[in-house]
Design a protein around this ligand. Structure first.
Ligand code: GLA
Length: 388
């Protein structure tokens, strides 16, 4: 399929989002530099094709005299249309952010009751993607959430421009059950994921920042709902933040970032980079740019992985692929290294696999007959592709 005929979000969307690193300190210069860095680093070639400007991009004190949102001229001196043109010329699509209430999470104007006016404006700027948040809207009332997201979905459709619609109500109103019906292509399944293995209590917000470990269980609960055209969104990646940026939870070890990447890939989550790609180190690049690993996420069958077995503190997850091979993750969620015996029949294989490759190390495993023993360090994930 050529890109133009490929249906929107037929595989999990990939790109970069401003929030995790820059928070409210977003600017036209940093977005342009990020676009350049996505190209020069090779990330764009790997498939990271959306550049999404999150909260705090507009003038905070309100709309103009016509009721239009205005890009903050201090942050975006040339305006959004020029920025969209810049990133389009580099071959990216561009995303913007709003909220289904009067104000966004950051206190900027939201789009509730302005849906048509705002979507027309974004379409005139050449915007391709909307992340639609839910701060200041009534929580745990599914009918209201459906109504507000429906209003936006319809307004986007009326523009006649192709928008990828990303819902962000944190999973509170079970969006996996209705997001597709309102035109959604991805829906957040949790609160904000922090740069942390465990959840963090955030006193000011009276809520938990979600850690990577807990997200793995959420992925298991919802694996049946993701598929071509609509995906469980485990939240933007924290790979490479290393304790910096807006979503700082202290940072994680290399193996924890590797597990984070592995499980987002296996769960068919959208892969939205959150770190500063202008200053990406080689460890981070190795996690974000492993093409064999990314191919598991982007596999055309679009089947999210599920947990098939627990062995001590380790879990085995499998994901069927379009070429009828299998991706297998062995994740150690405990704090001691384990030697896991991976048996062909535990992962649903009837025969001895013809080929098994460790995707992070790039090595083929010659001696996988009926089983292999695999060392898995604390918080590490080994990813295999296994061909029957
Ligand atoms: C919410 C969302 C985040 C981010 C911020 C912006 O917390 O869940 O992803 O968009 O708002 O304020």
């Amino acid at each position: 399929m050529t890109p133009s005929t490929k249906a929107l979000a037929s595989t999990p969307p990939m790109g970069w989002n401003s929030w995790n690193m820059f928070g409210p300190n977003i600017s036209e210069a940093s977005v342009r530099e990020t676009a350049d860095a996505l190209v020069s680093s090779g990330l764009k070639e790997c498939g990271y094709g959306y550049i999404v400007i999150d909260d705090c991009w507009s003038k905070k004190d309100g709309r103009d005299k016509n009721g239009d949102l205005v890009a903050d001229p201090d942050k975006f001196p040339n305006g959004m249309k020029a920025l969209a043109e810049y990133v389009h010329n580099l071959g990216f699509k561009i995303g913007i952010y709003s909220d289904a209430a009067e104000k966004t999470c950051g206190g900027y104007p939201g789009s509730y009751l302005f849906e048509e006016q705002d979507t027309q404006l974004w379409a005139s700027w050449g915007i391709d993607f909307l992340k639609y948040d839910y701060c200041h809207a009534p929580l745990f009332d599914q009918a209201i959430a459906i109504e507000r997201y429906t209003r936006m979905g319809e307004a986007l459709r009326k523009t006649k421009r192709e928008f990828l619609f990303s819902l962000c109500e944190w999973g509170n109103q079970s969006p996996h059950l209705w997001a597709r019906k309102v035109g959604g292509h991805m829906w957040r399944v949790s609160g904000d994921v922090f740069d942390s293995w465990i959840n963090i209590w955030m006193k000011d917000w009276n809520t938990y920042g979600i850690g990577v470990d807990v997200s793995i269980d959420i992925a298991q609960d919802l694996y049946e709902y993701g598929g071509p055209g609509g995906w469980n969104d485990l939240d933007m990646l924290v790979v490479g933040l290393k304790g910096r940026g807006q979503i700082s939870g202290g940072g994680m070890s290399f193996l924890e970032y590797q597990t984070h990447m592995s499980m987002w890939v296996m769960a068919c989550s959208p892969l939205m980079i959150g770190c500063d790609v202008r200053k990406m180190d080689s460890e981070t690049a190795s996690l974000l740019m492993n093409r064999d690993v990314l191919a598991i996420n982007q596999d055309s069958l679009g089947k999210p992985a599920r947990r098939v077995r627990r062995i001590g503190s380790c879990e085995i997850w499998t994901k069927r692929l379009a070429d009828s091979s299998m991706a297998v993750a062995v994740v150690n969620r405990g704090s001691r290294g384990e030697d896991v015996i991976l048996k062909a029949r535990d992962i649903g294989l009837l025969e001895t696999p013809k080929l098994a490759r460790n995707l992070w190390s790039g090595q083929d495993i010659a001696d996988f007959k009926v089983e292999i023993t695999q060392r898995v360090e604390p918080h590490e994930t080994i990813l295999f592709k296994i061909q029957e």
